[in-house]
Design a protein around this ligand. Sequence first.
Ligand SMILES: [Mg+2]
Length: 384
Amino acid sequence: MTAVTVTRVETFLVAPRWLFVRIETSDGVVGWGEASLEGHSDAVRTVVDQFAEYLVGSDPARIEDTWQVLTKSGFYRGGAVFASAVSGVDQALWDIRGKSLGVPVHELLGGAVRDRIRVYGWIGGDEPNDVAAAAAAQIEAGLTAVKMNASGKMGRIGSISEIDGVLERVSAVREVLGADRDVAVDFHGRFTLANARRIAPLLEPLRPFFIEEPVVPENSHLIGQLVQGTSVPIATGERLYNRQEFLPVLQAGIAVAQPDLAHAGGISEVRRIAALADTFDVQLAPHCPLGPLALAACLQVGFGTPNYLIQEQSIGIHYNRGAEVLDYVLDAAPLDFASGSIERLTGPGLGIEIDEAAVRAADARGSSWRSPIWRHADGSLAEW
Ligand SMILES: [Mg+2]
């Protein structure tokens, strides 16, 4: 029997802002992964193209060894671009392994530990007026949890009206949701530690599910001060790229870890982050305002991981201009969340079927999404 090898690696940069990786093997199995890095997917694509020099001819079943080679052998390592490239390849190799064996990936991670995963949807929040209606629409779609931005641009020491604006927005959503549904509040790294410390206790009566990214990731050393200053569970992690970067925030007392399957080393590394988080009694809620492959990869980890709280998904998110999550799958049924949860994926590999013709056509059209640049009233750069 001749050894199976990788024969082809392709990337597809598609609207709204996603990068898909397609890997084909000598026995004709095709695996898909997602290496989207919002606003920087062109850079990730170049890294994946370079990885292909190693991947073509390699054994697709040696997922961990490939992860080690791609993450460590280039001497320079770390950061969002490299880790996202590794993530897309890692997901595709897991997809190939599952398809080769005829089982979903979570079966290879030890089997299912749950039957369904609760999901939440985004409702905006940059503009104050639309969140209540957006929350009502998500309830109508079946969701029992939503996430919103706390504010738009925020002063370094927020004014009374800026702070009241945050409280009014979250109050309006709480009113729509009632006591049986949840709202998570994303500070989006827009707040200084001073703002976060002032606002978090004021939100306590509204009982948010969690507060997300209260400070920018490079200031992770400050997050413990916020944990100590409020009873609201603190979440972070969409801009942390490996288990080593999660360790300090876990030690500081966060309650929810939010690795992104397309940024934090894929299924292989997020499984390790989950195990590390478990030793701190921390739950996973992976970041995923991304496409169908990143979502499926999240769900595969979730079905095989005990300390899993909830899953973000971006079906209907306001960023998805020009294309939707479901535009790239042949069958939307596996990702249905009308009950507020997604049922266990039973298809082989990642458990979804990609519409390859739609992906190739979208890549031909291209995508050039970039993060907006915000400025304060004095002209200086504001965190988006
Ligand atoms: Mg966020």
